[in-house]
Ligand binder design. Structure first.
Ligand code: S3P
Length: 428
């Protein structure tokens, strides 16, 4: 556990950052490359701890995966030839690895056991297991499959039509991946649309999939074809520097290679509504995953309300948006976000407790938080709860405070942004 002491005297931030690879897309690139027979190449892969957990799991299934910096080569004999692992598949801190692999392994021909760290052990798995069991999956686990460790006996599956009770791309993707091996057409209805990287990647690997008015459908038994995946930068990582640039005095930061998939750009909508001084240049709107360059400058911000369909489009950015709101005039209300309670930690409690220590005027609600802007934040010792996004929120806060900010454990930041402090130092 590395403790860090961050002492900055309200610096003005200037410079350029090339944002590292998107975590969600990096995971999926390894999964799809392992399903498809042949050689898949990946560029811009995120070398974060979570994505390395995914690589480890697929290596244990006998897939050959070579890393050369952020370029990855996957050689797979196809999903039908995965080896039964002799070891537990260890998913570390990664909910995406755990949940998406459940979907894949359910329709495989092998037996496997998934387990993760203490945080994974507290995260709800019933939301994935229930629809998978409806498809015929044989999954057992602690408290009848509510929690890891989970044992999966691959078995024949049948397609289902499913209406999502919560907006969750992890649940949707687990069902879609199980649907690959299911007899019939898998149909999923979403009220609020969650990130659609799985749907896009299915297309990229040659599957036919229909997406219309919140309904995704596709036929089981389709073969995927190995291809090249270019992973864009992670807007969830860029978010920390977008907030830093908008709130630090006399600042201008340019972020390159930011993924601009509409299902992920809620933070940009919020920054716009709050009055951020920001320019966006889109590189290629028609790419499998669009990207662009964002320049953000010190801004006069006003509070806003964030709720409804916006929430799944910025769910991971809420900790840093809460910090942003402390520096806005007036009140910001975040609601419809009770999903925050079942992330890497309870992010409603963690954000409210830690920002309060810095002098923020913030209160927790049942499904979000209410933040009133303040003139000044001050230094304090913060807990990260082993949650990368809480850690980075604290580090960005240290740029805005009178006095130093200590983080009890900054190692967790490597889960999604291993080069975070290098990039931070570059703009100070
Ligand atoms: C993810 C989906 C989101 C997000 C997580 C990554 C994904 O979770 O919070 O960081 O890659 O599908 P939910 O879909 O459970 O909300």
């Amino acid at each position: 556990m590395a403790e860090v002491n961050l002492i900055y005297n309200k610096p003005s931030l200037k410079g350029e950052i090339t944002v590292p690879g998107d975590k969600s897309i990096s995971h999926r690139s390894i999964m799809f490359g392992s399903i498809a027979e042949g050689r898949t190449t990946v560029s811009g892969f995120l070398l974060g701890d979570d994505c390395l957990s995914t690589i480890d799991c697929f290596k244990k299934l006998g897939v050959e995966i070579e890393l050369n910096g952020t370029d990855i080569v996957i050689n797979s004999k196809g999903m039908d030839n995965w080896k039964e692992p002799v070891d537990i598949l260890y998913t570390g801190n990664s909910g995406t690895t755990t949940r998406l692999m459940l979907g894949l392994l359910a329709g495989s021909t092998i037996h496997s056991i998934l387990n993760g760290d203490a945080s994974i052990g507290k995260r709800p798995m019933k939301r994935v297991i229930a629809p998978l069991r409806d498809m015929g999956a044989k999954i057992t686990g602690r408290m009848d499959g509510q929690y890891t460790p989970l044992a999966i006996k691959g078995s024949p599956l049948k397609a289902i039509e499913y209406t999502m009770p919560v907006a969750s791309a992890q649940v949707k993707s687990a069902i879609l991946l199980a649907g690959l091996n299911a007899v019939g057409t898998t149909v999923i209805h979403e009220k609020d649309i969650s990130r659609d990287h799985t749907e896009r990647m299915l297309r990229q690997f040659g599957a036919e999939i229909n997406v219309e008015n919140g309904t995704v459908s596709y036929k089981g038994g389709q073969k995927l074809h190995a291809t090249h995946v270019n992973v864009p930068g992670d807007i969830s990582s860029a978010a920390f520097f977008l907030v830093a640039g908008a709130t630090a005095e006399n600042s201008e930061i340019t972020l390159h290679n930011v993924g601009l998939n509409h299902t992920r750009t809620g933070i940009i909508d919020v920054l716009n509504v709050m009055g951020a001084n920001m320019d966006i240049i889109v590189d290629d709107e028609n790419a499998a995953e669009p990207t662009g360059t964002i320049t953000i400058r010190t801004s006069e911000l006003v509070g806003t309300t964030i709720d409804g369909e916006l929430i799944p489009r910025l769910i991971d950015e809420i900790p840093i948006i809460a910090l942003l709101a402390t520096k806005a005039k007036g009140t910001t209300i975040i609601r419809d976000a009770s999903e925050l309670k079942v992330k890497e930690t309870d992010r409603i409690t963690a954000v409210v407790e830690e920002l309060k220590k810095l002098g923020a005027n913030i209160e927790a609600t049942e499904d979000g938080m209410i933040i009133h802007g303040v003139e000044e934040l001050h230094g304090a010792s913060l807990k990260t709860y082993g949650d990368h996004r809480i850690g980075m929120m604290g580090a960005i806060a240290s740029l805005l405070t009178d006095g130093a900010v200590q983080l009890d454990d900054a190692d967790c930041i490597a889960v999604s942004y291993p080069t975070f402090f290098e990039d931070l130092i570059r703009i100070i």
